[in-house]
Design a protein around this ligand. Structure first.
Ligand code: ADP
Ligand code: MG
Length: 858
């Protein structure tokens, strides 16, 4: 150790405090990494691993990235869930005695990204913290880029997981007591980066943020989060807003699985936004509106007044086409004020941002007047639509319309804003025009027409005379400075004097411009709370105009809300499927439920539209509860407190890990948590096990919901046997998706009808696939036997008919019924029944048949 060079010792000293991060160690124009960091980074970033002499016997592994392109490397590491500590030289190397002083100036982590290139406009980047006290959890989360800060109290650790999944938390700040098993779950199941923060800063430091919080658990969670943010970011975070309490009970609850299954914000298969409800509803014009829309979909409302308040505005906007178009145009010109406020506080705002802020503020009075034209005064947004005139005027007066990206190279500030700056500019301009005149004058004096005055960075201003004309100069007229192949360059004391004046004026003016810019930034900083209030109003208005736009375009209607748990949808459609298929193609369907009719048992062949219908009901309810109109001719809906959806394991192709156990756990979730105000969708539940098991479980669940919960329930099943339940359970109604047969073809009508499906079409399809006639005939026989409820499988199995030997060969089941044989036959039957004939090609069907036959011979 002692043998390391002072610089490596400095590195090791700093690295000690950043064990879980890559330390980007600034060396000249590079960020270097050493030792383990270097080996790992070279692998992760695919950059060359080199080594360097560090004073010890062995050379030290090293790799580096150029300072100017560091951002993209940092981004790559962050995306992989790593952290990066940026270590800069904090004194001028020229003035340093010994090793240049270095310090970590920022720890960049997945939850603290601020870089606008890496962040998606319409998505939040959340970091959260948990504070556990006994069995309660304070849960706080924030988006550092926007300053949003929310906090709640959760009773169970699963609720914490659920919040993490719902919000897409990237990083979780915890203390030791939470860091064990649960943190591992978060890390492994949800890809959350875990960060330890045991030490808490003094509460007084965050007075304005936490003073309104009364619960200690919540307060501590917020303080833990802020302690971490200040420690890692090491700068002012004035844009972090006062912590806002929320309660999950105030929103419609959906577990992470149900959300995914309904494809609310991304599709199951591709995880894309395209094809989700969010995609359908997103006609927002601003990034802020886009983010708010996503959070509205994540948390639909349960308070009737709040829902109606949103809907009333949607209604007004929907009717006023021209005002809405105008509003949309204005909104489009409004920049991301929320993230801008963040960058102002963070100190990485540039002059171009300010110009965009100015243009945004310019839209506000016009937006205000459109809103006033639609709503009466006073209204909800009137005070918040605050154009911050002082800021507008300041920026209009001070900042150039087309400034450069850099804030350190001048060209930012307008003439006439600052007298001293004007003086420097004047001096520089005067100097330059003096030089321009000098060229004319020297040409005249010397008679050399090609004489010119030029400038380069090394020698400054010079007079250039070609070799051919040198003889025209008097001895000692100019001072020789540089010799080129066919010209000589000269200077004069006067020229150098002017040059010094110009350069000094320019240098000073660039410095002064930066100072002025910083002062303006500090001034605008004081408006951050007002800008944030404005941003909130704009994003709400934007979301609501988005609802109005979609509702008008797609002919949605305003639903009413039922006090007595009625659910009546006339000609309802699945909003997303309708958009994908087209309005002409989609077949609308009614849904009718009330307190006497709480469970619908849906039968019908594969591909008939059962799953689509069930999801359509859930999506309609969700759309209504976020304040949007719904895809139907008319709708009366209850306000749901929770929605549970579960698809049978056999249908759940995507999750992969979904086993029958998971299916049952999800079912348990619904059965234990649902209330009479909930909506349950069970889509072909019980398919993950053997037929009789599955059927028994399905029936037991239906009975349980019917007798004990009374939640609105849609239960689709391919177990026809279950349809008799309607005779026993008064609140259960059979419905089916009808199909018609035309000239041997099945036509899917996608139309829901009362009553159970009269038959299963599987055998019909098998016939179409041209299975051998014997199989079809026999399958019909077996089916009839199944449909006669009182018969068991063994009863279906034919008695051995020894007197008709030729038949023994033909029938699958024509064998002696031993115990083992019985098992085997049962297995074959089950296999036969489980065949998804509608989804098989004739060849698949042949193969399956071959397998079955093989089993009979085994
Ligand atoms: P099931 O669950 O009964 O097997 P799905 O709900 O998965 O059937 O629907 C199968 C396909 O039928 C869907 O992919 C969709 O394209 C189409 N479909 C479903 N419902 C409708 C409808 N109401 N109108 C038009 N097409 C529909
Ligand atoms: Mg289905």
């Amino acid at each position: 150790m002692a043998s390391y060079t002072p610089m490596i010792l400095q590195y090791l000293e700093i690295k000690k405090d950043y064990q879980d991060a890559f330390l980007f160690f600034r060396l000249g124009d590079f960020y270097e990494m050493f030792f383990e960091d270097a080996i790992k980074a070279s692998r992760e970033l695919e950059i060359t691993l080199t080594s360097r002499d560090g004073g010890s016997e062995e050379r030290i592994p090293m790799c580096g990235v150029p300072y100017h392109s560091a951002a993209s490397y940092i981004e790559q590491l962050i995306k992989k869930g790593y952290k990066v500590a940026i270590c800069e030289q904090v004194e001028d190397p020229k003035l340093a005695k010994g090793v240049v002083k270095r310090e970590v100036v920022q720890l960049i982590t997945p939850g603290t990204l601020m870089d606008s290139h890496t962040l998606l406009d319409k998505e939040n980047n959340y970091i959260a913290s948990i504070n556990q006290t006994g069995h309660t959890f304070g849960f706080a989360y924030s988006d550092l880029s926007t300053g949003e800060l929310k906090v709640t109290l959760l009773e169970r650790v699963e609720d914490c997981f659920n919040e993490c999944a719902l919000l897409g938390i990237k990083e979780m700040v915890v203390a030791d007591e939470f860091a064990g098993k649960w943190a591992t779950v978060l890390q492994e199941r949800y890809g959350v980066t875990i960060s330890l923060q045991n030490e808490l800063d003094d509460e007084t430091k965050f007075e304005s943020t936490v003073s309104a919080l009364t619960r200690a658990e919540e307060k501590t969670a917020v303080i833990r989060l802020l302690s971490y943010l200040y420690r890692t970011q090491k700068r002012s975070l004035d844009h972090i807003q006062e912590a806002q309490r929320y309660q999950t009970e105030h929103y419609l609850k959906m577990d992470e699985y149900s959300k995914r299954n309904l494809e609310l914000t991304e599709t199951i298969r591709t995880k894309d936004k395209k094809g989700s409800l969010l995609w359908l509803l997103d006609e927002t014009m601003t990034a802020m509106g886009g983010r708010l829309l996503k959070s509205w979909i994540d948390r639909p409302l349960t308070n009737l007044n709040e829902i109606q308040e949103r809907m009333e505005f949607v209604q007004l906007l929907k009717e006023k086409f021209f005002e809405r178009q105008e509003l949309r145009e204005k909104l489009q010109k409004v920049y991301d004020l929320e993230r801008l406020a963040g960058r102002i506080a963070f100190g990485n705002v540039n002059a171009r941002d300010f110009i965009q802020l100015k243009h945004s503020l310019k839209q506000i009075p016009e937006i205000q007047s459109i809103i006033l034209g639609i709503l009466s005064s006073p209204n909800k947004w009137e005070a918040s639509l605050d154009a911050c005139e002082e800021v507008y005027n300041l920026l209009e007066k001070a900042i150039h319309e087309n400034p450069p990206v850099s804030v350190k190279e001048g060209g930012l500030i307008k003439d006439g804003y600052h007298p001293k700056l004007d003086q420097y500019r004047e001096a520089s301009r005067n100097g330059k025009s003096w030089i321009a005149e000098l060229e004319q004058e020297e040409r005249r004096k010397t008679g050399i027409k090609s004489l010119k005055v030029g400038y380069n960075r090394v020698f400054g201003y010079y007079i250039e005379v070609t070799k051919a004309n040198l003889h025209l100069l008097k001895e000692g007229q100019y001072e020789r400075k540089q010799t080129l192949t066919n010209a000589e360059r000269f200077i004069t004391p006067e020229l150098k004097e002017k040059e010094a004046l110009i350069l000094e004026a320019e240098e000073r003016s660039v410095e002064l411009e930066y100072d002025i810019f910083t002062a303006i930034r500090e001034e605008v900083k004081t408006y951050i709370p007002r800008l944030q209030t404005l941003a909130k109003a704009i994003s709400e208005i934007d979301c609501l105009q988005s609802f109005a736009t979609v509702s008008e375009e797609r002919h949605y209607v305003k639903p009413t809300f039922s006090q007595d748990r009625k659910l009546i949808i006339q000609n309802g459609r699945h909003a997303v499927v309708e958009k994908v298929l087209g309005m002409q193609v989609y077949v609308p369907n009614d849904c009718y439920m009330n307190q006497e009719r709480e469970l619908l048992l849906i039968t019908g062949p594969n591909m008939a539209g059962k799953s689509t219908y069930m999801r359509q009901v859930a999506l309609t309810a969700i759309m209504a509860q976020i304040g949007c109109f719904v895809p139907a001719d008319a709708a009366e809906l209850p306000i749901f407190d929770q929605i549970f959806t579960r698809i049978g394991a056999a249908d759940d192709l995507v999750s992969g890990q979904s086993t029958f156990m998971v299916e049952m756990l999800e079912a348990k979730n619904a059965l234990t948590k649902a209330t009479e105000n909930s909506l349950i969708l069970f889509d072909e539940i019980g398919r993950g096990t053997s037929t009789y098991d599955g059927m028994a479980l399905a029936q037991a669940m239906i009975e349980y919901i019917h007798d004990h919960i009374g939640a609105k329930t849609l239960f689709s099943t391919h177990y026809h046997e279950l349809t008799v339940l309607a005779e026993k359970l008064p609140k259960l109604q059979n419905i089916h998706v009808s199909v018609s047969e035309e000239r041997g073809n099945i036509v899917f009508l996608h139309k829901l009808r009362e009553g159970a499906a009269d038959k299963s079409y599987g055998i019909h399809v098998a016939q179409l696939a041209e299975l051998p006639n014997e199989v079809i005939t026999r399958a019909r026989e077996i089916l009839v036997a199944f449909e006669n409820k009182d018969e068991t499988v063994s009863a279906i199995v034919k008695e051995p008919k020894t007197h008709e030997p030729e038949e023994t060969q033909l029938s699958f089941f024509d064998v002696t019924v031993g115990d083992e044989e019985q098992q085997k036959q049962k297995l074959i039957l089950e296999k036969l029944e489980k065949l998804e004939l509608m989804q098989m090609t004739p060849l698949d069907a042949m193969n399956a048949l071959y397998e079955l036959q093989k089993m009979t011979k085994a």
